[in-house]
Write a protein that binds this ligand. Sequence first.
Ligand SMILES: Cc1cc2nc3c(=O)[nH]c(=O)nc-3n(C[C@H](O)[C@H](O)[C@H](O)COP(=O)(O)O)c2cc1C
Length: 305
Amino acid sequence: MSLPNWFTLRADDSFELGPRLFPGRIWTASGCFAYGLSGHDMTASDLASPYVGLGAVVTKTVTPAPRTGNPMPRLCELPTGAINSIGLENVGFDAFLQDILPQLEKMAVPTVVSLAASRPDEFGEMVQRLYGSAAGYEHWHGVELNLSCPNVAEGGHDFGGDPDTVAKCVAASRPRLPDRALLVKLTPNVADIASLAAAAGHAGADAISAINTVVGLDVDLKTGRPVLPRRFGGYSGPGVLPIALAKVDEIINKAQIPVVGVGGISTAEDALKFFALGAVAVQVGTAQMRDPFAAAELVKELSGQ
Ligand SMILES: Cc1cc2nc3c(=O)[nH]c(=O)nc-3n(C[C@H](O)[C@H](O)[C@H](O)COP(=O)(O)O)c2cc1C
């Protein structure tokens, strides 16, 4: 595509976010490219790997203890996207620090580590341990506090729906992360996302990632029951794009904190809409699950190549 005149950025240029220089403005979203390790043996006809030009891979969210996640089925495909109820299945923080993060560094994957916890001080402890393990790493750029996952009772959207709690999670983490970016991922399932973003900013966050999934439900007409055993899940993919754009616009206009836009991006045009509103970077989620080269393809298109 030919890029519009107003778009003067290059997707593969480095840019500053808080104390950190990120190598590009197109990232992959948490939970949609696993831990970011699996793309190295993949090639496409015109791209050497799914990592070409990426600014960051945001890892699957890691919790203090390993989690097996919710019962199956956990993903329901729709014409406009997907509804998932994975329930934060992950290897746990110890295994992540020991086995996964060192491999990401060795493979030179630009990494943002996504963390979830059930109390603000637990976030602080995780960030401290992470920094203790990875302070010398060149490719680890920051932390995204997942204050928004709708599938986990103790870390669910009520947790991320209270500005005081958001501020406490940031305040517990910020002093332990001196030279890396601190992002807060917010849920769209709230009435006033801008006040949550402002609370994060005042407490020291460098940016907001918005949005996580939108609460959704689908019904199996054969049984007359919800498709997912937990009834509700997180809706993502092309159908959430206008919701994500509206939430990002609200934050940018009311909260004065940089925003990394996420939600419904599968084409260069989708990504450009977030940049038009003032987002500093974007993340690709569901589209990346369907095609591991989706984000790298966007880099190519939005770098005028
Ligand atoms: C299968 C799946 C798993 C996800 N897991 C996480 C996660 O672990 N942590 C998180 O912050 N967001 C998670 N998300 C949300 C995405 O990162 C993203 O915010 C959301 O899907 C909207 O973007 P999209 O429409 O491009 O997918 C997940 C989304 C999907 C579809």
